[in-house]
Ligand binder design. Structure first.
Ligand code: R5P
Length: 296
């Protein structure tokens, strides 16, 4: 028996997963005190039930302690195992010391979560120099790929698509999605000189003008990558691009900025709740729960 505990905002995805595996999904209550502390309250659970906490880590620093407190409280109240379903997993890009004295956050954050949970399911983490989650997580982990879902969405909705990755790091997603959707793809060149300072160059390819550009990236944070890619494509008279993002982070005004830059449409998966969610990962998470529970 497993019970799902949804952190605030994750009730819809948790409910969809619970419906597929015929279990209950409950809400975790977080009360924020004026001094910045948080009181976590979990619902009463059937005796002996395992627990999976559903929390997406869009604001990881705010969620880290509440996550640990919720996991430890569930354990203290009798849950023999506590898993974490974190559809968006933060900090995995911080996999290297770029300047002296910097923290290498990816393994540190992985240790923090490994100390609190028995297993982890996540969706397309941004692994660059880390080859597999098992290199940094001490607990069993499952890495869901959204490529089949995104390829299916493109095949059904954009028959004349050309799939574009805005930078070399997006190659891993773009090549696979294009292969599954049987569409051409290109990877653009990006130079980043600051958090909000990005330059994109687009190759001169006739297909970019005749087909429907679909820019695919794992996240939009400041949104500058997507904005600059859209601007360069519009400069060369390409059709208004469709943006497909796995994780709808959209810091600040990023979503509005991308639409204003000339995106025809922005589509995201539901790893982070957002009005642009159009592709659900609930089915894949449900499958992953079965196999990870057998291995944990
Ligand atoms: C980088 O490799 C990522 O895949 C994204 O392209 C990047 O993080 C987007 O960031 P921003 O929206 O701030 O340009």
């Amino acid at each position: 028996m497993i019970e799902l505990l949804a952190f605030p905002g994750m009730e819809k995805l948790a409910g969809a997963i619970a419906a597929k595996i015929s279990c209950d999904a409950h809400s975790v209550n977080l009360h924020h005190f004026p001094d910045g502390e948080t009181l976590i309250t979990i619902p009463s659970l059937p005796e002996g039930a395992e627990v999976a906490i559903v929390a997406t880590l869009r604001t990881p620093d705010q969620l880290a302690l509440p996550l640990r407190f919720a996991a430890e409280t569930a354990r203290e109240l009798g849950a023999p195992k506590v898993g974490l379903i974190a559809p968006y997993l933060a900090y995995m890009r911080h996999d290297k010391r770029f300047s002296p004295g910097q923290a290498v956050s990816a393994p540190l954050f992985a240790d923090f979560l490994s100390d609190s949970f028995d297993w982890l399911i996540t969706v397309d983490p941004h692994l660059h120099r880390i080859g597999a989650l098992s290199e940094v997580f001490k607990i069993p982990s499952s890495r869901i790929s959204t490529a089949p879902l995104i390829a299916n969405w493109i095949s059904s909705n954009v028959p004349e698509a050309i799939v574009l990755g805005p930078d070399s790091e997006s190659q891993q997603w773009v090549a696979e999605v294009a292969r599954l959707a049987n569409k051409p793809y290109e990877v653009l060149e990006k130079q980043r000189s600051g958090d909000r300072s990005v330059k994109i160059s687009v190759p001169e390819k006739p297909e970019l003008l005749t087909r429907q550009p679909v820019i695919l990236d794992d996240i939009a944070s400041s949104g500058r990558t997507m904005v600059e890619a859209i601007r360069r494509l519009r400069d060369m008279q390409a059709k208004a691009p469709i943006g497909v993002l796995i994780h709808a982070i959209f810091a600040g005004d990023a979503y509005a900025d991308i639409l204003t830059a000339g995106a025809k449409q922005i589509v995201t998966t539901d790893t982070i709740p957002h009005e642009s969610n159009a592709i659900s990962v609930a089915g894949q998470i449900t499958e992953a729960i079965g196999s990870i529970r057998r291995s944990a």
